[in-house]
Unconditional design. Structure first.
Lengths: 388, 284
């Protein structure tokens, strides 16, 4: 096979070098903070990863071996040492000896969580401020077997599936209807576009706080309206405890996020509708097609690229639901009814410190998203009309 | 019946009825979209007694403006706002600066591995960001960036969204421009920034806006990579605020309003760019 350089000109190679110079900053950042962590997510899922305490910088050196060692050996902290540590910012009353070895003691300040390590070196005692080091122990598939054996994870999978399975189609159908309405409007389009878009750009945390208040059982807006509607229809209505009953947590999450994303999706679909050639409609009208037939036979099929795009991004996005749960429920919810996959990953990693286990769970999340995306790209995309 | 009536009148009548239905529905949607915001603002101006009264008072009398300074002083919101603003500006500038040359190279230059690179960049869109949390956390710790601005800025100074959007815009710049600039002895870098970039200003504005808002709203990353009050952004600050103050809704809503208003102001001034950005993302 001939060398590439023989077939391509000098200019091509110069341009290649130049192009990579332009791409370098992007590639470095993405490489370090996307690709490398991506590979590591898989690697870590095969390890038991925890932080381990190791000696850090020396904060004090003392020759007082004889006076300190017997006390430390009994789990007591010498006055002088306590004074040294206090000068390092430790709280005296919160100090205790966490681990004892022959010539090495670990002290912990419960107030700050900081640990100190005292090491005997000959006649000297050196006090180190402890540092943490990552310890990686290979465990094979054990993280995965543990994750799959965990009933919490099964619950998280189920909850996430329900959330995605309901919110994705509901949002898309409502967005399609809203886009159709917006498309038919003659004036005030800008105003309606604006109001539809508002929920999407506001910070999740802030708007979720508002919804927590809307969902309040006794004084919230939603129950107020429901009760009003019920009494108007002459029906009985029991106040719904949206955020504190396992039955209503998922509907509450879905309702809020349908509200958040329907306008955004409608705007994307509207842009697609505006791009449809008028000729198609005129041809249909000449043939005497009604509004419904036009919508069903022309608008929707020609919108399939946008619908397909929204399906993929909303599917990926919905699987990642987490912040809403954290703010709305301030936890996993009653009977863990709001526990989602990402919530599971988050608590396993940052509350329990089982980083390997969390990685295994996030690999499962990736596998699900990947399989669904692949399915869409191969099977669903065949039904997309790209020609205009 | 229908056949006997003049055809045009029937058509117009049906159009008119249809239009009324469309507007009634649209108004319903607009109210639904706006209502939570309205509810937030009115609650923020009530005292606790007014807030718990049903039916709700939509225009609170008297209006308790003091909820705002009370909320502001209940937590270091000055720090939170400054951090959010500082991080939004730095990551936006970083993202735009790295995306312009990358997008240009991918749009206008032919080089070895271009197709592979495009596929790779597109592939990153399939990676759920949450999957990277644990490895990123380990990385940030190892780099010694935990509890530093570096951890909050550097990883966000490159983004695939911006590159693809700008690439689309660069593609619309005619090649003849570069040809004639090259004949005049203009370097590619100079051409890129002095001639091509001004031509795609709307695209850059769109990328910058989305990045700015995204950064302003960033929550999870900041919460994980820092645990110092001095580094909290508004969303993270709000989370701790909720934990501190519980269900004092007027003050919570005042804080939420303060977090949302800057985004709204930005949005009102730059609606066109936002809508354009949305329209562009839909078209592949």
């Amino acid at each position: 096979m001939p060398l590439l350089s023989l077939r391509r000109g000098r200019r091509f190679w110069l341009e290649t070098v130049e192009a990579y110079v332009y791409l370098l900053p992007t590639l470095v950042v993405l490489g370090l903070f996307t690709f490398y962590p991506f590979v590591n997510a898989f690697r870590y899922s095969a390890y038991d990863i925890r932080t381990r305490t190791v000696p850090g910088p020396v904060v004090h050196t003392s020759p007082a071996v004889d006076a300190w060692v017997p006390l430390l050996a009994r789990g007591r902290i010498p006055e002088e040492l306590a004074a040294v540590l206090a000068s390092q910012g430790a709280v005296r009353d919160e100090l205790w000896v966490r681990a004892r070895q022959a010539d090495r003691w670990t002290l912990k300040d419960d107030a700050s969580g900081q640990e100190y390590i005292v090491i005997r070196e000959g006649d000297l005692l050196k006090v180190h401020r402890a540092a943490t080091r990552w310890a990686l122990d290979p465990v094979g598939w054990q993280n995965f077997t543990r994750v799959f054996a965990d009933p919490d994870f099964a619950k998280a999978l189920r909850n996430t599936a329900v959330y995605v399975g309901v919110s994705v189609p509901v949002t898309l159908v409502l967005a399609l209807l809203l886009a159709t309405l917006l498309h038919r409007a003659l004036w005030g389009k800008a105003f309606f576009r604006l109001t539809s878009f508002l929920p999407y750009i506001t910070p999740v945390v802030a708007i979720t706080m508002v919804w927590a208040w809307i969902y309040d059982r006794d004084y919230g807006l939603l129950n107020y309206f429901l009760r009003m509607g019920a009494s108007w229809l002459g029906l009985e209505f029991n106040l719904i405890n949206w955020l504190n009953s396992a039955r209503y947590v998922m509907p509450a999450l879905i309702l809020m996020n349908v509200w958040r994303f329907v306008g955004y999706q409608a705007l994307i679909l509207l842009a697609g509708m505006q791009g449809i050639d008028r000729e198609h409609y005129e041809a249909a009208r000449v043939d005497g097609a009604g509004a419904w037939a036009v919508w069903r036979r022309i608008t929707v099929p020609l919108l399939t690229p946008q619908i397909f795009f929204l399906l993929i991004i909303s599917l990926i996005g919905s699987f990642k639901i987490f912040e809403e749960v954290l703010i709305l429920l301030q936890g996993p919810g009653p009977e863990k009814s709001g526990l989602t996959i990402v919530y599971y990953v988050f608590t396993k990693a940052f509350d329990s410190g089982h980083y390997g286990l969390a990685s295994a769970a996030s690999v499962v999340l990736f596998a699900i998203i990947f399989a669904l995306s692949l399915f869409q790209l191969t099977v669903v995309q065949r039904r997309v009309h790209y020609e205009r | 019946m229908r056949g006997r009536r003049p055809k045009l009148t029937g058509y117009l009548l049906r159009r008119a009825v249809g239009l009324v239905v469309v507007y009634v529905l649209l108004l319903g949607v607009a109210v639904t979209m706006a209502l939570p915001f309205l509810w937030m603002v009115t609650t923020s101006l009530k005292d606790t007694y007014q807030a718990l009264r049903l039916p709700p008072q939509w225009i609170p009398r008297p209006a308790h403006w003091e909820n705002y300074p009370a909320a502001w002083n209940a937590a270091p919101f000055g720090i939170y706002f400054w951090n959010s603003f500082f991080l939004a500006v730095t990551t936006t500038v970083g993202d735009v600066v790295t995306s312009i040359p990358a997008a240009y190279a991918l749009a206008k230059m032919t080089f070895l591995g271009r197709g592979v690179l495009l596929g790779l960049l597109l592939g990153t869109l399939m990676i759920p960001g949450q999957m990277l949390l644990v490895p990123s956390f380990v990385l940030i710790k190892r780099l010694g960036w935990y509890n530093t601005y570096w951890a909050l800025i550097i990883p966000w100074t490159a983004g695939v969204f911006g590159i693809f959007l700008l690439r689309q815009f660069f593609k619309t710049v005619p090649d003849e421009l570069w040809d004639s600039a090259r004949i005049d002895g203009c370097s590619r870098l100079r051409y890129m920034f002095q001639i091509a970039v001004p031509l795609i200003r709307p695209g850059i504005a769109t990328v910058a806006l989305f990045k700015f808002v995204g950064s302003w709203n960033a929550f999870l990353w900041v919460m994980i990579m820092t645990d110092k009050v001095e580094l909290r952004t508004i969303p993270v600050g709000l989370r701790y605020f909720i934990q501190d103050i519980g269900t004092d809704y007027p003050r919570l809503m005042a804080a939420a309003t303060m977090a949302i208003v800057p985004v709204l102001i930005l949005f009102f001034f730059a609606q066109k760019q936002f809508v354009q950005g949305i329209a562009r993302t839909g078209i592949k």
